[in-house]
Structure formats: C-alpha cells, structure tokens
Design a protein around this ligand. Structure first.
Ligand SMILES: [Fe+2]
Length: 207
C-alpha cells in the first residue's frame, strides 16, 4: 500500500510565497487522491503495491498494459508531489552551494540563464504539467512533462520539480502563473536538489 507522506513543514511555512490554504488542499486533497487512486488501481496486485514508487514509475513498461495509464497518472501524481514537497523549504539557502552552483554554470553558462530557461519552460508548458531539472547522462537539462508524467519513466533523474497545474497556485495567483513561478524560486530547497543529484550519480554507478 502507498501512503501519503507528511509535509516536512507546516502548511503555513512557505508563506507568503505559497499560501497556507493552497498547501493544505494540495497535500490533503490532491496528493491524497493520487495515493488513494493508485492503491485502488492496484488492488489485489500485492507485488505492485509493495514496489517502491520510484521503481514503479521508473519501469512503467514492465507493468501489465491494462494498468499502465492509471499507474502513470496516479502513481506519477504520488511520486511527483512527494518530490515537490521536499524540494521546497521555509527559509532555504538563497543560492545553491558552491559545488552545485559550479555544475549549473557548467551546464547553463550562469545561474541567471538557468533560472530564465526553467521559468520560460514553466510558462510554456501548455495546460497541466511539471517542469524539471534532470540529470541526463552526466548533464543537467531542463525538461517539462504533461499531466503527471515523470522524467523517471524516460530514464532521466529529476532533481528539481515545479508543479504548474492550476491547483498549485490558483487560490493566490489565479491566472498569474508567472507570479507564482517568481515566488516559488524563494522557497527552492537547494540542499535537497544537491542531495538528489548525488543520489542520481550513485544510481548510475551501480547500474
Ligand atoms: Fe499538484
């Protein structure tokens, strides 16, 4: 069975950038529904219910064909939101550590260029979806996905995630996605980005 992970901070902790009510509904209603729907979809399939969510979404093609769409949507929703909560923090470091910053500069020329590319991709994602910083081979890339699709299913390792579904920002920002994106940069948990990067490299070495 899959369970809803608790938020690593209070619902009000990301104010004023992400409001309390959005965080509460997003976590207790939207994320909780993905978990419930995933469990419902896999009812009676104990071997799948016991699989780690990263492994499940990372090997979608191994799942019985009749279950793939629901696992992709509901399991993706569970995984993506689990990552998203940890990739935000109240009062995080203002910038990546020296080593992560060097890596970003190596891949995007400079930090500003990286942020601009990420934000532009978030603005350009038509309809609902996600924007990601991923590890692809030894490179960092910005990619976007539709609905609840995960870069993991494409063989990429996500290390930063931004939810651009309207449910992530509509209460405070209404149609103003750009304002939400600008505000979100203030709560990016760079320590966790670096942690996920280190994990992604370790996984590649053990493959
Ligand atoms: Fe969401």
């Amino acid at each position: 069975m899959f369970t809803l992970p608790p938020l690593p901070y209070d619902y009000a902790a990301l104010e004023p950038f992400i409001d309390t009510e959005t965080m509460r509904i997003h976590h207790t209603k939207h994320h909780a529904a993905y978990v419930q729907n995933l469990n419902d979809a896999l009812k009676g399939r104990d071997e799948l219910l016991d699989t780690d969510i990263f492994d499940l979404i990372g090997s979608l093609k191994k799942i019985p064909a009749e279950l793939q769409t629901r696992v992709r949507n509901q399991g993706g929703g569970h995984l993506n939101h689990s990552l998203f909560w940890k990739l935000m923090a109240p009062k995080p470091a203002k910038a990546p550590s020296h080593s992560l910053m060097s890596l970003i500069k190596k891949n995007f020329r400079d930090f500003k260029t990286f942020q601009e590319e990420f934000s532009a991709t978030a603005m350009g994602r038509f309809g609902s979806g996600w924007v990601w910083l991923v590890v692809h081979g030894r490179k960092l890339e910005v990619v976007d996905t539709v609905n609840q699709d995960s870069p993991l299913s494409l063989g990429l390792s996500p290390i930063l995630a931004l939810d651009v579904w309207e449910h992530a920002y509509y209460l405070r920002y209404q149609n103003r996605r750009a304002e939400y994106i600008d505000a979100w940069w203030n709560v990016v948990n760079w320590e966790e980005v670096e942690n996920l990067y280190t994990q992604a490299l370790k996984k590649k070495k053990t493959k």
